[in-house]
Design a binder for this molecule. Structure first.
Ligand code: MG
Ligand code: MG
Length: 269
């Protein structure tokens, strides 16, 4: 069942999403070669709790951390570790918070130092896919229009692998609500989009084949062929004309600009 949100509920989800992005902005100031995911995770939890909110992922189905940190061939759901980041790594950081009875959810993949040109292109294309999906998330369209926009660009135009097993989702009083928002699909198919629908759109794209594996830790999902994988996510509210993007990557991107260890991911327009 889909729970459509009233405007005041959407504003509460926006507050949660903005706290997520404040946390990811902090991550962007801290991430560099030599630092450990576990360290950043600790700081992220502290920041969220200092605001009187709760980490949205910690304890969710038993997940042990505040952030999902997925490095290189890891796609999503990576557990923050004691392994220091290295020059040339790409690091997806996914964060959720629970605040005022509503969840917020957003993710960003960072490029540390001298990242391979081919991998930089994967990041740019995946981020571009996110905005192509958001462009289709308007009243009157259907869920399949979002997935088609992502899949068509990533697979047909760029030859990348779009993950099928993991999808975007509704967001609200629960972290994962109906409907599912796949990153593949057919135009004009699937659930009709209506005002009040709040969804997380989150393309997950492999440089190589789309097949996945799950690690022995029970969480981390990685590319079967070990090719690098990228992930960007926004939570949005469906409106007529243009989607309302409730999360905001602007602070993260400003922090990346000011962090000499990180490379900017800029979509050419
Ligand atoms: Mg997320
Ligand atoms: Mg999500």
């Amino acid at each position: 069942m889909i729970v459509y949100k009233k405007d005041d509920e959407i504003e509460l989800i926006r507050e949660s999403c903005l706290l997520v992005c404040k946390t990811l902005t902090h991550v962007a100031t801290r991430i560099k070669p030599g630092i450990k995911g576990k360290e950043i995770d600790r700081e992220a939890e502290e920041l969220i709790r200092d605001h009187g909110a709760k980490p949205g992922f910690k304890g969710y189905n038993g997940f042990p951390a505040t952030l999902c940190i997925s490095v290189n061939e890891q796609i999503v759901h990576g557990i923050p570790s004691d392994e220091p980041f290295k020059d040339g790594d790409i690091v997806s950081v996914d964060c959720g918070v629970y605040w005022n009875y509503f969840f917020g959810d957003a993710a960003y993949t960072f490029a540390i130092g001298d990242v391979d040109k081919e991998i930089m292109k994967l990041l740019v294309v995946t981020k571009d896919c996110l905005y192509r999906g958001i462009d289709k998330a308007v009243e009157g369209n259907r869920i399949g229009d979002i997935g088609y926009a992502v899949q068509n660009y990533a697979e047909k135009e760029c030859g990348y692998g779009v993950i099928r097993e993991l999808v975007g989702h509704g967001v609200g009083r629960n972290l994962h609500e109906s409907p599912e928002v796949p990153n593949y699909g057919k135009r004009g198919k699937g659930q009709k989009l209506k005002e009040g629908l709040v969804i997380a759109i989150e393309p997950m794209v492999n440089l190589g084949d789309r097949k996945i594996r799950q690690s022995g830790d029970g969480w981390t999902v990685f590319a079967k062929d070990r090719s690098p994988s990228a992930h960007y996510e926004h939570t949005i509210a469906v409106r007529s004309g243009n989607a309302d993007i409730l999360s905001d990557h602007a602070g993260i991107e400003k922090a990346i600009k000011n962090n000499p260890e990180l490379k900017e991911i800029s979509i050419k327009s």
